[in-house]
Write a protein that binds this ligand. Structure first.
Ligand SMILES: Nc1nc2c(c(=O)[nH]1)N[C@H]1C(S)=C(S)[C@@H](COP(=O)(O)O)O[C@H]1N2
Ligand SMILES: [Mo]
Length: 540
């Protein structure tokens, strides 16, 4: 029939070829990125690009659904997608390597574009993606050739009515005559040879990826951070009274341990900034441009402030609120040295990873802290090491830049920070809120006296009272725990006498201006969710 005898790879072989080529490409690139910088890994660059491109509402969904697990999930999702595309590349290329090579080449180009978009490392930043393109396409063609070497050539496929070319291997695998697609047959020796090569490539790719990961970590700043030791302020914050929380009843502890402090940011790989290299440049509408080193900050008179931070993405009842003792210098001191000109109404800050925030200048001058430590320790890397901003009373997205390296005095009319074109407000004071922590949602508690406890916050106004209601009954005033300051949360508790059955409890906080949190529900976008928190539980 057809004179051209062609190799048709068995399905499994084709899949192995596709998956291995993709794996080798990712592994090789990851290894090189370990030397050049983690963000240059095409894998990481694609994840970073997804984060950058994700617009407001989508990011809302990601934060709600995954919380701080959104990044590992994103990376895992990309991994699964790559695996599937490797399988597809293989299956498309059972005869000729071309379709798979084109698909893998396309993936390589996506990696290159993403690296260009997010790596921020100049020409070097493209090298790992370029390497992955070459390894992916080259590896695929090569593996395809090796895979085909021991496969019997076939005249064509079964659909075309041909039978397999009765070459040496047919005796081993005589089943080739039937089935919709006919696999070339393979000798055991050939099979062993191929899978030995495949195993070698797989081990190599995993090792390369692992070494890349290890290199990235060992070039990190954990040692630098640890070497700093504890940071003590010249003026410590007042001690937290023992009766400032109801942690025994189920509220959080007043001070959130660093490891439990909520985390929200756009970083897939954490910026690793050595204290010797860190600089803060203050410029724009100032009389004198200034540049500060880490020692310049550390050697000043450090103050300590207890501050509750809140994320605009926090849903009513959500977890993105935490409290720490932050240590640093009032940013006003540095801005006064630079001499902010009249008319500059926005402090536009930029992080090492190009995140930007625009903070109202009057608030900055009044109360922003340039923090280097949190609960006595240097800032954890995920919370902005070595230096970040913290501003009581404003949501974090516009006032709490982590890994901050640049501050420009400007106007809101002149510049828009990261979240503004994505739909969030230019100005967003924290809204008066409360949360119910005990009894937990859907818990079962014994009948009789039932304790309800939680937190409330209205930074920087402070909490005046919290009221609690069970099953549309009378609003009952809760007992407040000791107050620490108006820029922190306030814990509350109260008791109800409840009989068996299902109950719903609601809470509402009133701040010191006399404003009571509204029951009107609005979304977190554009400037913070409102509505009353409520939980259901059963009494037995
Ligand atoms: N560099 C940088 N700083 C950032 C962000 C970010 O994405 N990148 N996110 C902000 C947001 S939205 C919040 S709520 C706070 C959270 O700080 P935390 O992660 O230390 O709790 O950091 C702010 N600072
Ligand atoms: Mo946030």
């Amino acid at each position: 029939m057809h004179s051209a005898s062609r190799v048709v790879l068995p399905r499994l072989r084709a899949i192995v070829v596709g998956v291995l080529a993709v794996g080798a490409a990712v592994g090789a690139a990851h290894l090189l990125s370990g030397v050049i910088g983690p963000n240059s890994s095409p894998y990481v660059a694609v994840a970073n690009s997804v984060v950058q491109l994700t617009q407001g509402p989508l990011k809302e969904i990601a934060v709600q659904a995954f919380g701080t697990a959104d990044k590992p999930l994103l990376l895992a999702g990309i991994g699964v997608l790559l695996l599937l595309l490797g399988i597809v590349a293989g299956l498309l290329s059972r005869r000729s390597p071309r379709p798979g090579a084109v698909l893998i080449g396309g993936l390589g180009v996506v990696g290159l574009v993403a690296a260009g978009f997010t790596a921020n490392l100049g020409v070097l930043g493209y090298l790992p993606a370029l390497l992955s393109l070459l390894v992916g396409v080259g590896g695929f063609v090569l593996l395809h050739r090796i895979a085909g070497r021991d496969v019997a050539t076939t005249g064509s496929t079964a659909e075309l009515g041909s039978t397999a070319d009765p070459e040496d291997s047919l005796a081993q695998d005589g089943s080739a005559q039937e089935g919709s697609v006919q696999d070339g047959s393979v000798q055991p020796a050939g099979r062993r040879r191929f899978f030995a090569v495949a195993g070698g490539v797989a081990v190599g790719a995993l090792a390369a990826g692992g070494i890349g990961q290890w290199l990235a970590r060992s070039t990190g700043v954990q040692q630098v951070r640890a070497a700093l030791g504890r940071i003590t302020p010249a003026k410590a914050a007042p001690a937290i009274p023992a009766d400032a929380d109801f942690a025994k009843l189920g509220s959080p502890t007043f001070i959130t341990p660093n490891a439990d402090f909520y985390r929200v940011d756009t970083a897939i790989t954490l910026p690793q900034i050595d204290i010797d290299e860190w600089r803060l440049r203050i410029h724009g509408m100032v009389d004198r441009e200034r540049v500060y080193t880490f020692d310049d900050i550390r050697n000043r008179e450090l103050v300590e402030r207890t501050i509750t931070m809140t994320c605009v993405s926090n849903q009513v009842g959500g977890p993105y609120v935490s409290t720490a003792n932050f240590i640093g210098v009032p940013l006003r001191e540095l801005l006064d040295e630079a001499g902010v000109r009249p008319g500059a109404d926005q402090l536009y800050s930029t992080s090492e990873d190009s995140y930007t925030a625009g903070t109202p200048m009057d608030v900055v001058l009044d109360r922003t802290l340039l923090a280097i430590a949190m609960n006595g320790e240097p800032l954890p890397v995920e919370h902005g090491f070595p230096v970040r901003m913290v501003t009581p009373g404003l949501y974090g997205y516009l006032s709490a830049t982590k890994w901050v390296v640049d501050m420009e005095a400007t106007t809101f009319a002149a510049k828009q920070a990261y979240w503004i074109p994505r739909g969030y407000s230019m100005k967003a004071p924290i809204k008066t809120q409360s949360r119910i922590d005990a009894p937990g949602a859907l818990k079962t508690v014994p009948a009789g006296k039932v304790t309800v406890a939680g937190i409330a916050w209205a930074q920087p106004k402070g909490i005046q009272k919290v009221e609690v209601q069970v099953d549309d009954g009378r609003w009952q005033q809760a007992e407040l725990a000791a107050e620490v300051n108006d820029s922190t949360w306030r814990m509350w508790r109260t008791e109800f006498e409840l009989g068996p059955g299902f109950h719903t409890v609601r809470s509402r906080a009133t701040d010191k201006t006399g404003y009571t949190q509204t029951d009107r529900r609005v979304d977190a976008l554009p400037n913070g969710a409102t509505g009353l928190p409520s939980i259901q539980f059963s009494v037995s």
